[in-house]
Write a protein that binds this ligand. Structure first.
Ligand code: ZN
Length: 430
């Protein structure tokens, strides 16, 4: 049996659900325990008057990149290269885990010949944050898209760095390791911004090209008559665990794209003019024919690794209490949907399999960084989640669906009126 770390979301629920006001607490829960949340270098929205504003920082960065200066540089710059949406990662032999491939400005100057640096447009750089570290100088963090700089791959490969699919890093991350979870959040934030730059090349109002502004934090239409300001958008997705209180069951579903034996929560996009609660009820009704009454907010998770061309989705999680039980699956949306008992769902929380998948993915990242798997097709990454031990399983601890389901599993129903309190200590024994 594996123990869930004391800092995890699970323990939060063990505390809150013992409290009679647990539902109120659930609504106010911070979501920084989820993968991709809790970015340690995200700072308050910078102002032009800040000592190191994004505008001033990018001018300094660009000047220094093409200058003959060799350092030291002030402020200190840390630059995370991305290639086709994949962050640069390295492997730490001590501790056997991956880390982000931050480069100093000096290293960037070596790897990016002056001509290459000059060729990178403003769109290639995005400001990630600024921190005053250890009372020393400010450190300014950047992501740079080097998809067009072909020579860089060999240079970095020689240092045992490799561009790795974010989804692979997500599965490879030990969810008990807060430092590694911080890396994941930084990479997710950076990827979302860089991908947004790739999809926001033209103004939606007049069709003219856009230019980067505020060090990549927004874009602006280049047409002098339009000059629309364009900000990164987040696409909210409702994800809900539909609960049958009377029979102590939950509704889980399968999509055809899922790996075999994986079941998860229902999810769907919000339509214009619709509240989150309405979206939960509509999506549940459309996909399964089940009518939902009460909808209770659980938590939310940034999701920069979703399918399609949306750079950053925000998964907004709910408990949805069913009013009707008859399932009528929309086969165009789902492969199947079924009610599952608490015992069956508990067995599907296969922590041994999650750990195995994490170690397998970590070994893959190690091999990639050491050049063993160079050139391998990464499209099969999702398969590392697939388990071998249980008859069914649910997504791993990196997904909000996991936490919605785990929260419910660890609640104890009271006289058929639904989960209100929890047996002390039951979570730590998972
Ligand atoms: Zn325009």
């Amino acid at each position: 049996m594996l123990l869930i770390p004391s800092s995890s979301i699970t323990t939060f629920f063990s505390r809150t659900l013992l409290n009679p006001n647990s539902r109120t607490l659930l609504r106010t829960m911070a979501s920084n325990s989820h993968a991709f949340a809790g970015n340690p270098i995200r700072t308050k929205t910078p102002k032009p008057t800040d000592p190191v504003s994004p505008q001033s920082a990018i001018q300094t960065l660009k000047t220094l990149l093409i200058s003959g200066q060799t350092g030291p540089f002030s402020p200190d710059f840390r630059i995370l290269p991305f290639r086709k949406g994949r962050p640069l990662a390295g492997w730490t032999t001590e501790g056997l885990k991956w880390h982000l491939g931050w480069l100093s400005l000096g290293e960037c100057k070596v790897y990016l010949e002056n001509s290459e640096a000059a060729r990178l447009g403003d769109d290639a750089f995005v400001y990630l944050g600024c921190r005053n570290e250890n009372g020393d100088d400010d450190v300014v963090y950047w992501a740079v898209d080097v998809s067009e700089v072909s020579e860089l791959v060999n240079e970095l490969g020689a240092r045992h760095f490799c561009f790795v699919e974010l989804r692979t890093l997500m599965v490879a991350t030990d969810w008990a390791d807060s430092t590694a979870m911080g890396y994941l959040a930084i990479a997710g934030h950076a990827r979302a911004l860089l991908e947004w730059h790739n999809t926001a090349r033209f103004c939606g109002y007049c069709g003219c090209g856009t230019v980067s502004a505020e060090a990549g934090r927004r874009k602006q239409c280049s047409n002098e008559l339009c000059k629309k300001r364009i900000y990164p958008r987040v696409d909210p997705v409702v994800i809900m665990l539909v609960i049958d209180k009377d029979n102590d069951c939950v509704l889980l579903s399968r999509q055809s794209r899922f790996v075999p034996r994986m079941w998860s929560c229902l999810a769907g996009f919000i339509e214009p003019g619709e509240s989150l609660e309405e979206a939960v009820r509509r999506e549940t009704w459309e996909e399964t024919g089940i009518e939902v009454g009460e909808v209770v907010y659980h938590s939310s998770q940034p999701w920069p690794v979703g399918a399609g061309s949306m750079p950053c989705q925000l998964m907004v999680g709910f408990f949805a209490y069913a009013r009707t039980l008859e399932i009528n699956v929309d086969k165009e949306e789902l492969e199947d949907a079924q009610w599952h008992s608490r015992e069956d769902v508990k067995k599907a929380l296969t922590f041994a399999e999650y750990k195995k998948a994490q170690l397998t993915a970590a070994a893959k990242v190690e091999q990639m960084c050491k050049g063993v798997e160079k050139g391998q097709n990464l499209s099969a990454d999702f398969n590392v989640e697939s388990g071998e031990l249980a008859t069914m399983f649910i997504p791993g601890p990196f997904a909000i669906a996991h936490h919605l389901i785990l929260s419910w599993v660890n609640q104890v129903p009271v006289d058929g009126v639904g989960p209100q309190k929890q047996a002390a200590g039951s979570i730590s024994s998972l």
